[in-house]
Design a protein around this ligand. Structure first.
Ligand SMILES: [Zn+2]
Length: 63
């Protein structure tokens, strides 16, 4: 399963995961934000239907 959107090419992002518990171990670990990809069937101008992974932001533009 790809992790990029086939329309806008949105990739995964990196950020810091901050522990909110007040334990003695309060380290910051790097987490990744994945785009909300949905498997959709898209028809291009030639009429061929292909299944592609599209993020939900692009899905709003298509429909
Ligand atoms: Zn997209």
């Amino acid at each position: 399963m790809p992790k990029t959107c086939s329309i806008c090419g949105k990739d995964k992002l990196k950020g810091n995961k901050i522990a909110h518990s007040r334990s003695h171990v309060s380290g910051r670990t790097i987490r990744t934000f994945k785009p909300n990809l949905q498997k959709v069937r898209l028809e291009d101008e030639n009429g061929t239907v292909t299944t592609q992974y599209v993020c939900t932001k692009c899905l709003k533009k298509v429909n």
